[in-house]
Design a protein around this ligand. Structure first.
Ligand code: PEP
Ligand code: MN
Length: 340
């Protein structure tokens, strides 16, 4: 089992050391890698971009003084060189970089090159791409395997959705590659992290990567999703015995397989309800327009067109026409109620 805890970004020497010390106290005997990004791939250019190379020295100090292996994100060959020269033990490739096979290959070449000169890199963590592309994630795992360094997959979801189907596909294709759960980026919400962490056990995953900050409220990036070291300890409590005892790789056909399928179906149900709620909202806006233009809520012509469309769609999806009609009637009835 591999646990990776630490802040989203290395912000200052004090913040990096204080957070590492607090996590160490919270974790007790549970071993973990300490993470902090020094080059932050932010959406907007006017937000915190990371401390840059200076932050590597703070991580090296954690490694030296607290005896904890350290990890940081690399997005270019230059980052690889700087991180390995600073003695960083594990590198991770972020979701945005993971979306570009050319960037991932260039990082792989740099790792191969630098590991010959500085041979103490212990592992490469590869996050899923920002889009739900299982094939590209598998391809990136293969790109990293060429370096000869142990590879670990990190499932961080897409657009704050779990995207279990993608992770399930990768798990089945590469059961030999450890997979960690990143509940922080998966949800973007600190309050959802403890519940999501339970999936590590349910799905037979190999550990977690969690964003932990001594003072999340004042974090310079991802402040809504970082948890305190105390909250981390509470969240780990129910799964701690499993984290310590389980073997490194879980076979994909145990009870976990059913849990993977249930995770997929729960996510689909969630999307179904979100879609229905979004549909009701558009319906309400249509109702307002009709009212303003003296039009009745029920328009038989329109109902006929939609009915025809449903038949075609039903054939394509192999769903019985009557089943689709029943569901659509219920939805339409609620839509009309909102327009009246
Ligand atoms: C991170 O781990 O801080 C990060 C930027 O993650 P991701 O690439 O998953 O967004
Ligand atoms: Mn982050």
């Amino acid at each position: 089992m591999i646990q990776v805890f630490g802040p989203c970004a290395a912000e200052s020497r004090e913040q990096v050391l204080e957070t590492a010390q607090a996590i160490k106290e919270s974790c007790g005997v549970l071993p973990f890698l300490y993470r902090a990004g020094v080059w932050k791939p932010r959406s907007r250019p006017d937000t915190y971009q990371g401390a840059g190379e200076e932050g590597l020295a703070w991580l090296a100090e954690v490694k030296r003084t607290l005896d904890i292996p350290v990890a940081t994100e690399v997005a270019t060959p230059e980052h690889v060189e700087a991180a390995l020269k600073a003695g960083i033990d594990y590198l991770w490739i972020g979701a945005r970089t993971s979306a570009s096979p050319i960037a991932v290959s260039a990082i792989g070449v740099a790792i191969e090159d630098w590991r010959l000169k500085i041979g103490d890199l212990k592992g490469i963590l590869i996050k899923n791409p920002v889009n739900a592309d299982a094939k590209l994630w598998i391809g990136n795992i293969e790109r990293m395997e060429k370096t000869g360094i142990p590879v670990i997959a990190v499932h961080r979801g897409c657009n704050h959705q779990p995207c279990w189907k993608m992770a399930h596909e990768v798990r089945l294709a590469r059961p030999d590659i450890p997979m960690l759960l990143d509940p922080s980026h998966m949800s973007g919400d600190a309050t959802k992290v403890p519940e999501l962490l339970k999936k590590v056990e349910e799905l037979g995953l190999d550990g977690a990567m969690v964003e932990v900050h001594a003072h999340p409220e004042s974090a310079l990036s991802d402040n809504a999703q970082q948890i305190t070291p105390t909250l981390l300890r509470d969240a780990l409590d129910p799964i701690l015995s499993r984290l310590c005892l389980v073997s490194l790789i879980c076979p994909p056909n145990g009870p976990e397989e059913l849990n993977w399928l249930r995770a997929e179906i729960d996510e689909l149900d969630e999307q179904l309800w979100d879609t229905i709620a979004a549909r009701m909202d558009v319906s309400r806006r249509i109702g307002e327009w009709k009212k303003a233009h003296d039009m009745a809520p029920l328009q038989p012509e329109r109902v006929k067109v939609i009915g025809e469309r449903l038949k075609v769609k039903g054939k394509k999806l192999n769903l019985p026409a009557e089943f689709m009609k029943q569901i659509w009637d219920i939805i339409h009835e609620e839509s009309l109620r909102r327009q009246e």
